[in-house]
Write a new protein. Structure first.
Lengths: 672, 392
């Protein structure tokens, strides 16, 4: 070999070595920065491939799971219909053979399926399509599409089979559909994020549960609504409240009609998160709206063991037992309703308050805990009451509980992918509470459906720096995180600090943290923005509001300083930026800080607003909390201009839906 | 006969059938269609109620504070099935099962001065316009919209109506629309509508249009389909007199609008106007049976319009005026039929409306409910015989 070639090889080797050393040093620094200095064997793939939604490698790494959420048995008990949310399917199971016999493709993000009394028609709510489908079960054909309110979720059919009542989660309404006429005949105002519906056995009352508290004074005890519709008078006849409770994912009448029972969560967001002997941060249970007008709550937790995220409830045809799925504990609780009735029979008002907080009481009425697969969500019960079907969302599986033996009898595989991907593991972790002290709550508990619960917590236990929970939807590429922007990554957000202040347990393992980040970034996403026109275009008011959003001069022609223009801090696909600002909203109990601009995608569904949740509506952000124009220059606006601006803000969609050059036309060349 | 019919030519047969049809049609045709004053002019193709003889109301029952109302000054009244709602200067009152229940700020009502009430036809919610915000009563609870927490144009809300899913308000800062399905607010002022200024008093809906009574702007008409405005103002431009009779709405300062049977009725502090889609007609207290020119409110019930004046309650079906007054300090009242006409008759009555300053009116079957400055009055249709000294 010639000397020249040898020199060349040596030089190349030297350059490679130097290059590698430099890259290694840079990558170590980069990883250290990203993880907040916490030791973590993070690789490039963890951040740059696994959390992505598109791309060859990301597609190779991930699978299309079914993610079933709810189910119902038909009226002769021969079939089970399962809603597969991520697959947009209704899966039909022959309960004699326990085999999937058909898959019916339905609308965007289906939520619930109900079967008409003649077993001939299935009604499916398509939560992201704002409609329901009627399906001819003889051939699986979709025969009709009927428009509803925004985000149709839980449903129930009237005893005479003529009407279906639907909880519309995204616009807080309740639709009444005439099944024969195939049209919406009435629409009622529900609570905050209505979730589920139950019609009384007599048919004269309809109860609707809701996920969030109704708006209350800032830092006042929350109260979540059960909307009561009188079907004779055709009006909302009552709005009954469960005090200090929320996340009522489902509600069900007993066959006797003496109780409507809702699953619920009791957050302790008004006290420092340090009082473990008093139930610590979040408890879980049921709420009972009694026919005599009283409201009661019972915890399903135990003093040192918690059963988080109760999702669904079904009641045995005898009315003696109720079954509650705990999606955060992989468990089903069996509740003796006669024991509950006995407790309620002579209970005083003071007793009812005590019951609602009594961790030691559950042993008197919880007769069995039945382990299930990962993330049990919807429940269905056979007409004869012999079986309870448990929808295991993160397993793509149905477990069947024998109600006499009170144990899982067998399982039915829905045919989803068998491989557990990084993101899927993250989903299982996200929805499971085993990583918190006493298994008290999961990520889902404060971030239901990957969103946020609308509450403000005192996480430091000091009474200072109260934090309004933020949505986890569409977070990728929007760092930094937290209101004050101190977390440059979710690795830091959910790492050591999180375990110290929030979960009070060991930190997530590096593998689990990788999985959690991948799940949050890849799977949690906003629904379509229902405030836009059906084709995604802006209304006239929204177009006028867009002009206000992008304006650079006041109504009097004065130039608005760049820092006071909306677009300066809220731009790009997530309508945010890294410009830390004083927007004049600090309170006396806040440490001095600047704020990281919040993402504004689907901001209409994130009330209350501001870092401490003090603004009840978007309007209040500017009418009450921006006297000095620090949070954008708005005080010269007329009322109709502010209305237009709010209309435009309500129309800001998730990036993937309506991203276009036109939407972000002002984002270049103007900033800084 | 058979042979005879076979011999008829085609022309003869046709002529026979035409004559037969006309004879039959003349029997079927209702006599009421001869009444030109009540003819449908087809401006809006709304449901037209057939004209009946002008009813007379009596057997007045007056509700005051003694009966459980929170005040005697009643701003508005609205019948809601078996319930009756009354807006007073001291809260909202509901009559149910013979008992009054009062709601105030303590119950979540926006303000105790309740100016207008309407019921949603799609869900039965009760919308309440107050001097300090718009409240909706649903399921026994109030929710309030203000100019600070919502798109409400102004907290002074003079009128609220429910038009399907849309709620319209007339406020001190413009007319408002609120889509209860989408939560979208619209504000209509002199900036985007042919108004003189944003002050609006009243609003009503027909099947195809919204009508707004705007201070100084006459009547603003909004067509739902095209979303276009037009206005109806006093063509003579005179504020003191109606210079040219029947040339248009009689005054630019309007207080209320009501649409029924394809007729738009408009009130002002200077008289009342009627518009059939092509012609305007003005009514004053000196040339008609109208009790007074100062009209706070009016509402049409099918073919009959009720004008709430400062001098009694007048009703009019296009032909006949009937005015109700009480006798002030003396007991009883009177009913004046076709006042200011050669045909004027006065009936004395042992019962009467509570006060002659009338602010609101609503109807239920054979009942009329009248909001006055001295209580809430309920009358029912009575039969009577006219003699020289008629009594109800």
């Amino acid at each position: 070999m010639k000397k020249g070639k040898i020199y060349l090889i040596v030089i190349l080797f030297f350059l490679l070595a130097v290059g590698y050393a430099a890259f290694h040093k840079w990558s170590v620094n980069h990883v250290t920065y990203i993880t907040g200095g916490v030791e973590h064997p993070i690789g490039c793939i963890s951040c740059h491939v696994a959390p992505e939604r598109t791309g060859f490698l990301a597609n190779m790494m991930n699978e299309d799971y079914l993610s079933p959420i709810n189910a119902t048995a038909n009226h002769d008990g021969s079939r089970l219909y399962v809603v597969a949310q991520d697959a947009d399917q209704v899966i039909e199971i022959d309960l004699a053979t326990n085999q999937v016999i058909s898959r019916i493709q339905v609308g965007d993000r289906p939520h619930t399926v109900e079967i008409t009394a003649d077993n001939k028609t299935a009604i499916v709510s398509n939560q992201w399509a704002n409609n329901i489908y009627l399906i001819d079960l003889s051939n699986g054909a979709i025969t009709d599409t009927i428009a509803t309110g925004g985000g149709p979720a839980g449903m129930d059919i009237s005893p005479d089979g003529k009407l279906v009542y639907i909880a519309n989660t995204y616009d807080n309404s309740i639709s009444v559909i005439d099944i024969e006429a195939k049209e919406e005949t009435r629409r009622y105002q529900g609570g905050n994020f209505p979730t589920n519906v139950t019609v009384s056995p007599s048919g004269d009352m309809v109860y609707v549960s809701s996920q969030r508290t109704i708006p209350v004074e800032h830092r006042a005890p929350i109260m979540s609504e059960v909307t009561v519709i009188n079907t004779v008078a055709n009006r909302v006849s009552d709005r009954r409240y469960f005090q200090s409770a929320h996340i009522m994912e489902s509600i069900e009448f007993t066959p006797q009609g003496d109780m409507a029972i809702a699953t619920l969560v009791r957050p302790k967001n008004l006290v420092p998160s340090a009082q473990i002997e008093g139930g610590w941060m979040i408890n879980h249970g049921i709420g009972i709206a009694m026919s005599d007008g009283r409201m009661a709550q019972f915890l399903l937790d135990e003093p040192n063991e918690f059963y988080p995220d109760p999702y669904n409830i079904v009641i045995h045809p005898t009315g003696k037992f109720a079954y509650v799925s705990h999606s955060g504990a992989d468990m089903v609780s069996v509740i003796d309703l006669d024991a509950i009735r006995t407790l309620l029979q002579n209970a005083s008002d003071a007793d009812l308050v005590r019951y609602a907080n009594h961790l030691g009481l559950s042993s008197e009425y919880v007769v069995k805990r039945i382990s299930t697969g990962a993330n049990p969500k919807g429940l269905a019960i056979s007409p004869d009451g012999k079986y309870v079907y448990v929808v295991e969302r993160m397993m793509d599986r149905i477990s069947v509980i024998d109600t006499e033996k009170m144990e899982v009898d067998h399982s039915i595989d829905l045919g989803g992918p068998t491989r557990i991907t990084v993101s899927r593991l993250g989903g299982q972790l996200f929805s499971n509470a085993s990583h918190t002290y006493h298994n008290q709550y999961s990520c889902y508990t404060c971030h239901p459906d990957g969103h946020e619960d609308g509450l403000t917590y005192d996480l430091t236990g000091s009474g200072r720096n109260l934090a309004n929970v933020q949505t986890l939807r569409d977070l990728n590429h929007t760092a930094p995180f937290k209101w004050i922007g101190t977390n440059q990554s979710v690795y830091k957000q959910c790492g050591m600090r999180f375990s110290i202040f929030v979960t009070r347990t060991e930190s997530f393992s590096p593998k689990n943290l990788d999985a959690l980040v991948a799940y949050i970034f890849r799977e949690l996403t906003h629904p379509p923005n229902l405030n836009r026109l059906p084709d995604g275009e802006l209304t006239d008011a929204q177009k006028r509001g867009k002009v206000m959003y992008y304006r650079t001069v006041t109504n009097t022609g004065m130039e608005i300083p760049v820092k006071d223009q909306c677009i300066t801090c809220h731009n790009g696909p997530s309508y945010n930026s890294t410009i830390m600002s004083d927007i004049g909203t600090l309170k006396e109990n806040d440490d001095p800080t600047l704020f990281d601009p919040a993402n504004l995608n689907n901001v209409y569904e994130s009330a209350p607003y501001l870092h401490d949740g003090s603004a009840a509506t978007l309007e209040e952000v500017w009418t009450k909390f921006n006297p000095d124009d620090k949070h954008g220059y708005v005080n010269d606006m007329t009322k109709d201009q502010l209305n237009d601006l709010v209309e435009y803000l309500k129309a800001l969609p998730a990036e993937r839906y309506y991203a276009s050059d036109q939407e972000y036309e002002v984002t270049t060349g103007q900033l800084h | 006969m058979k042979n005879y019919l076979q011999k008829l030519t085609f022309t003869q047969t046709t002529a026979f059938l035409v004559v037969l049809s006309l004879v039959l049609f003349s029997f079927i045709m209702p006599v009421g269609t001869q009444d030109t004053a009540n003819q449908s002019t087809g401006t809006d193709k709304s449901e037209v109620t057939e004209a009946k003889p002008m009813p007379i109301y009596g057997n007045w029952k007056n509700y005051t504070k003694k009966d459980g109302l929170p005040a005697d000054k009643i701003y508005c009244v609205r019948v809601d099935g078996d319930r009756v709602w009354a807006g007073t200067n001291n809260g909202l009152a509901m009559l149910e099962n013979g008992k009054w229940t009062t709601f105030t700020e303590k119950d979540g009502l926006a303000h105790h001065n309740v100016l207008s009430i309407d019921i949603s036809p799609i869900n039965g919610d009760v919308w309440v316009a107050t001097m300090s915000g718009l409240s909706v009563y649903s399921g026994g609870k109030f929710k309030t919209y203000t100019q600070f927490n919502s798109g409400l144009a102004n907290d002074v809300v003079y009128c609220v109506i429910c038009d399907g899913k849309d709620v319209w308000t007339a406020t001190g800062g413009g007319a408002n629309s609120f889509d209860t399905f989408t939560g979208k607010w619209g504000i209509y002022t002199e900036q985007n509508a042919p108004m003189h200024e944003p002050w609006t008093y009243n609003v009503c809906a027909s099947k195809e249009k919204i009508f707004i009574a705007a201070w100084g702007g006459g009547v603003i008409e909004w067509t739902k389909k095209t979303q276009q405005f037009r206005d109806y103002v006093d063509p003579d431009g005179e504020m003191e007199i109606d210079l040219f009779p029947d040339d248009g709405v009689i005054h630019d300062i309007t207080t209320a609008v009501s649409y029924a049977n394809d007729i738009l009725w408009v009130s002002s502090y200077f008289g009342m106007s009627r518009y059939d889609g092509s012609k305007w007609k003005g009514y004053f207290d000196h040339d008609s049976g109208l009790a007074g020119n100062f009209i706070n409110f009016l509402k049409a019930n099918g073919p009959v319009v009720w004008a709430c004046t400062d001098n009694g309650m007048s009703s009019f079906d296009g032909n006949t005026w009937v005015t109700y007054r009480n006798n002030g300090t003396e007991k009883g009242g009177k009913v004046i039929i076709d006042g200011n006409s050669p045909n004027e008759r006065t009936l004395s009555a042992t019962s009467s409306i509570a006060h002659n300053f009338i602010i609101g009116v609503d109807f239920k079957d054979n009942e009329v409910w009248i909001a006055t400055a001295g209580g809430l009055s309920k009358g029912e249709i009575v039969s009577y015989t006219e003699t020289k000294t008629s009594k109800l």
